[in-house]
Design a protein around this ligand. Structure first.
Ligand code: ADP
Ligand code: MG
Length: 248
């Protein structure tokens, strides 16, 4: 099996007449995490949506987990989408307010046979893994704090054993101390399970905590890419320097 997870070349994405991504290149090896930074509106979420298959590229190529997602047909994309999971900023977009945590997780594991009893052991295991008590599975999302909900969203993304996780601003709505806990959790999961991840944030410090490589997006273009230590200590592009200077 190839060691490459993401190979994006010269990717263009437009919404109507607005070109949002221009000539984007991105490479990611299996087991690694790439951080994507850039200010609001730079195209980070659009890139994520292309990679999960909800936005189509206008031009260029994107081979992810062995699938050419620009050219793939519906059936190929159906299987691919299960293997690539997005963890959203707002956990409510993956957690139904009317379902218990157990019901949501059971449905994620097997949409056709979503009986909680069938999947109870796996659900308990994942809640433990993300730092929550297994008994909490019978509660509803509103009974948890923001940080706990984000933990559940992480479990929801990972419980089906995806090949690639895309985390889009998942700590942005949280207090700094809770942010740190979620980052520690992700770093631990990454080390123990070896998941491949794209970690998107406008916050450079947050990205540094979990990423091996970093890509800097500016107005839809990659202006700098490389190992996170190298890019942060010796930025080559003025925009990267500006972001680093602005970061407290
Ligand atoms: P980021 O995640 O970095 O804040 P986005 O990818 O969300 O950036 O947005 C990049 C640009 O694309 C923005 O100017 C945004 O307004 C525009 N955009 C995003 N989604 C759509 C859409 N569905 N239709 C039209 N414009 C969009
Ligand atoms: Mg965004």
């Amino acid at each position: 099996m190839s060691e490459t997870m993401i190979e994006v070349k010269d990717l263009d994405v437009s919404f109507g007449s607005a070109q949002v991504l221009r000539g984007v290149d991105l490479h990611l090896e299996r087991g690694k995490t790439v951080g994507v930074v850039g200010e609001s509106g730079s195209g980070k979420s659009t890139l994520a949506k292309v990679l999960v298959g909800t936005v189509r590229a206008a031009a260029g190529s994107a081979v992810v987990d062995g699938v050419d997602i620009v050219a793939a047909n519906r059936r190929e994309m159906g299987a691919y989408r299960r293997r690539t999971q997005m963890i959203p900023q707002d956990p409510y977009s993956s957690l139904s307010p009317r379902r218990t945590i157990a019901q949501t997780l059971a449905e994620a594991v097997d949409p056709a046979r979503a009986r909680v009893a069938t999947h109870e052991d796996l659900i308990a295991e994942w809640l433990t893994r993300v730092g929550l008590a297994p008994e909490m599975m019978h509660r509803f999302p509103h009974e948890f704090s923001g940080g706990q909900r984000q933990r559940i969203a992480i479990a929801r993304g990972l419980i089906i054993d995806p090949h690639l996780i895309i985390a889009d601003e998942i700590t942005s709505a949280l207090d700094v101390s809770v942010q740190a806990q979620i980052l520690d959790l992700l770093a631990g999961i990454k080390d123990s399970l070896g998941v491949t991840m794209m970690f998107i944030s406008h916050n450079l410090a947050v990205v540094q905590r979990v990423s091996d490589d970093v890509v800097v997006l500016y107005q839809g273009q990659v202006v700098e890419a490389g190992p996170v230590g190298q890019v942060y200590s010796d930025p080559q592009h003025w925009y990267t320097r500006r972001l680093l200077d602005a970061d407290p």
